[in-house]
Design a protein around this ligand. Sequence first.
Ligand code: PLP
Ligand code: COI
Length: 362
Amino acid sequence: MSLAFPVVDHPSPALAAAIEERLADPGFGRYFTDHMALATWHQGSGWGEDSTGPYTPFAVDPAGAVLHYAQEVFEGLKAYRHSDGSVWLFRPEMNARRLIRSAERLGLPTLPEEDFLTSVRSVVTADQRWVPNGEGEKSLYLRPFMFADENFLGVRSAERVRYAVIASPVGPYFPSGVKPVDIWVTTTYSRAGTGGTGAAKCGGNYASSLVAQKEAYEHGCGQVLFTDAATHTWLEELGGMNIFLVTGEGKLLTPPTSGTILDGITRDSILTIAPELGLGAEVRPVALDELVDGVASGRIVEAFACGTAAVVTPIGRFHQEGADPLFLTQQQGTATMAIRNRLLDIQYGRGDDAYGWRHRVC
Ligand code: PLP
Ligand code: COI
């Protein structure tokens, strides 16, 4: 039977003035709305106990399996307010399907696509006051997640699992907004290897990226670029985003999602809209040497990071241990900005939705 996530109203929701203050300068992931969706899965009986109720802390037992073995997966998507006040999701079924794939890889139960969509719609509807207007690229970021909620130290898949959706009003992920971000290229640390969890959106991938991300910050960079774990020869992705390079002839290059990188929904959307912007796209392995030589010779003129949080953020420079920084010649390049604007126009209802990607919530 499908889950309904019936709404249990918060007894003392945030005052309008408090919401207004937070929406004026939301940052990223700092504030949370009044409600959250919840459901629990039990081995044998499946999903149930679904509701959208007041945002409340979990009581996690010290023996809770997720604290020890990181059996956890999550998603990230946004609700956008259009100029007429309506609120829309962008390709939420893609997040639902990816959560299923992530859950399968982590030995967690799968949540049917329809239930995922109901949970997300339920939170957005209950907390629609928290959806900022679209100015300054603001939106309501939704974070569905699932974790092992069994108090047991044996190493096996949990027999009790929690699913939840929380929501956070956000502005741009990078505090500098659309200003080019610098990238630290690591050939020391790896994010994922063949047969590992790279293609799953699981917390462990992010935990293992943090030491490299710290190194990036120490070198003045906003994100880290990982190369393949086996040879450190091929570009993979950033700690929390996919990557595209743009050649002088206006061709987009991005590595294939061959099991070690996240199959980004933004990445997929960019590959779909590229032809309408007159941009060719090549999905193929891209060597680190090709990046270094290409930027140095001027063959690669632009690069950008993309993801739900980052949207499309231009890359300014690549830094590597013991090497001079590589400057992209186009810092907010024509192709990067055309893609960014087209994507935002679809998401905020300013442009036509030729692909049926927008879903109205309220
Ligand atoms: N790669 C990683 C590691 C990410 O965390 C994200 C963000 O979700 C992406 C890529 C981009 O995925 P999407 O465009 O679906 O947000
Ligand atoms: C997202 O873009 O939704 C992510 O999960 C990435 C993270 C850097 C916030």
